[in-house]
Design a binder for this molecule. Sequence first.
Ligand SMILES: [Zn+2]
Ligand SMILES: [Zn+2]
Length: 311
Amino acid sequence: MQIFFRTVPIHLWFLTIWSVSKIIQYIFNQQQTVWEMIWQRSIDYYEQDKYKLFEYGILVTSTATSVIVLSIYSFFDFTQKPAFIRKYKINPNTNEPPDSTKFIKVISYSVINVILAVIPTTLLAYYGLKWRGIPSLYPLPNILTVLITCFINDHIFDVSAYTTHRIMHHRLLYKHIHKIHHEYKSTIAVAAFHSHPVEHLLVNLLPLVPGIVIMKCHIATAWIYLIGHMLSSFITHSGYHLPFLNSPEYHDFHHMKFECNYSVLGLMDWIFGTDKLFNNTIYHKRDKILFSLKSAHELYPKEDGKVVKTQ
Ligand SMILES: [Zn+2]
Ligand SMILES: [Zn+2]
């Protein structure tokens, strides 16, 4: 089931936030939800210019998401606090704390990638969407439409990203391009976009465009979809398998073993049989959404019966 729903926990959090905004609207007897107010202010700020709303809106929301989420995970990594968080480490005693020099190098690569790859991709997505006909700014799509669009977009992304990622593992491309992303065998959140600009463009970004264009996304839906996608990427590379979030075990195993688990959702790996190595491991058992505060190590200890130590 994970192969269809791996990114769904993030979307369920969106549903929760939307529900809370509805409750606030009801309690305070407001005309608009918090979400509708933010959208209205954005439209006013960008003077109803769809180009600015799409381009600048994506840059602002994705930068804000990156700064907030990466700051939280980096705080966990460098301080190893709060103490209870350490039991959720997939590979205990790794990157505790991370190497500072390497960390700065990773941040530098990410900034270069933003300049070289993000801007052309958002321009391509905008003009693709314009060709299809950009939906009018109002009304905002309902929450069900947003969630279904995100779900379908994730699967469209997975088909193209699996293909380009697998091509990157060809020995000629691997040593010149993809090797950079695999410098971390046990990953941290900032390493999500630690890659050669060519890889960032072909594997991480361009596969996002077809879904936005095919589904003729509302600009607000595109914002939400991309925020969700970034959150999933950071969680997947964080090295922490936290409760009520996506399981990062699947992609973490790719960094450990290389020649398997190329897909984000897992569906393409299942179709092409590239998940066989993973399926016989303890990591496969642990590859679940945690619905309690118990860690995956506690729920699925190693075969010898001992819980893997987190110290
Ligand atoms: Zn990765
Ligand atoms: Zn790879």
